[in-house]
Design a protein around this ligand. Structure first.
Ligand code: 173
Length: 324
């Protein structure tokens, strides 16, 4: 093994060893060009950044992650296509940002099962098959499970009726907010601050985590509870890059992916401390209760499943079978 790819032979023992060691590092360590759809140092990518640091801090790792940057180097809604085509080898990106490539992929937000449960139930392979066939990627890890989405607004609401609200959305929230009467406008996360500052939107959808990191609390009056759906941000590897790797490299990444998913368990505590930080920053909570709460949650799930099945009936049928 140690002299693999070494042409010197065994003229001198030291020469063989040196040659062997040098070529082994080159042959057995792969470097993956890696990008993120979320700004570095904010809440959403924080466990992914630990994953990158963990791998790059391990001198013997068979894989290195060459992190090239966040949405400033690759627009968030284009990263899915970049990992599909191999412009990057690894992407940290949510399914709602690439529904143009994999229709109804954001059904992942509606999952009733954690990534661990999906793996144990044998359904993980079914998911990976869809991502491989339709997007040419290996779905490596599901982060942010346990983090929940919320509606934030500057225009007070006292029921599940959102008529008169102009809200910033992504495909995560479109069907839901429209179903409750809102006008919607889609933007990447990087445009939300300015939209709030200028008042071009009254509010927006976003997870419980990250508001203060992004400075959005400066222009946000209310958070509406309850939260809804599961946040999902995936680690995707270009399929050709995945197939070129050795079993050792793939197994190494899979083991680290499972460790990364175990960090999702921290989300319950993080959600609580984020809610406290929001309160300290002056955000008021509007808690929908009773029939309005039920109407709100029912609209969230029913309108999204209905829209997904209209847009992509075949995929949605497959996703329901895996996720429900
Ligand atoms: O609101 C968004 O931009 C969005 O869809 C999302 C998805 C996952 C994590 C954070 C935000």
């Amino acid at each position: 093994m140690i002299t693999r790819n070494c042409l010197l032979g065994s003229v001198a023992v030291t020469a063989t060893l040196m040659c062997g060691l040098a070529t082994q590092a080159a042959a057995d360590q792969v470097s993956l060009r890696t990008a993120s759809a979320f700004a570095q140092g904010t809440s959403i990518p924080h466990t992914f950044e630990q994953f990158v640091a963990e791998i790059n801090g391990d001198a013997d790792a068979p894989v290195k992650l060459n992190y090239i940057g966040g949405p400033e180097v690759m627009p968030a809604f284009e990263l899915g296509n970049a990992v599909r085509t191999g412009v990057v080898d690894m992407a940290f990106v949510t399914s709602a940002f690439y529904t143009n490539i994999l229709p109804a992929a954001n059904a992942l937000n509606l999952t009733r099962y954690s990534p661990q449960e999906l793996r144990e139930m044998g359904r993980w392979d079914d998911l990976q098959e869809i991502w491989r066939e339709q997007m040419n990627v290996h779905y490596l890890a599901f982060t942010n499970y346990g983090n929940r989405f919320h509606l934030y607004t500057n225009k007070k609401v006292d029921s599940a009726d959102l008529t008169g609200q102009r809200l910033r959305i992504t495909p995560v929230y479109r069907a839901f907010f429209e179903n409750l009467g809102a006008d919607v406008a889609q933007t990447a996360p990087g445009e939300v601050y300015t939209a709030l500052e200028r008042g071009t939107v009254d509010g927006y959808g976003w997870p419980i985590q990250g508001i203060l990191d992004l400075g959005w609390h400066e222009h946000t009056a209310y958070r509406v509870d309850p939260g809804f759906y599961q946040v999902e941000v995936g680690v995707l590897v270009n399929q050709d890059a995945w197939e070129k790797m050795t079993d050792e490299q793939r197994d190494y990444l899979t083991e680290k992916a499972i460790w990364l998913e175990s960090l999702n368990e921290l989300n319950a505590d993080i959600n609580e401390s984020e809610a406290e930080r929001q309160a300290e920053a002056g955000l008021e909570v509007i808690e929908l209760e009773g029939a309005e709460r039920e109407r709100f949650l029912k609209a969230a799930y029913e309108s999204q499943w209905e829209t997904l099945s209209r847009q992509a009936p075949e995929n949605t049928k497959k996703f329901r079978a895996i996720l429900e």
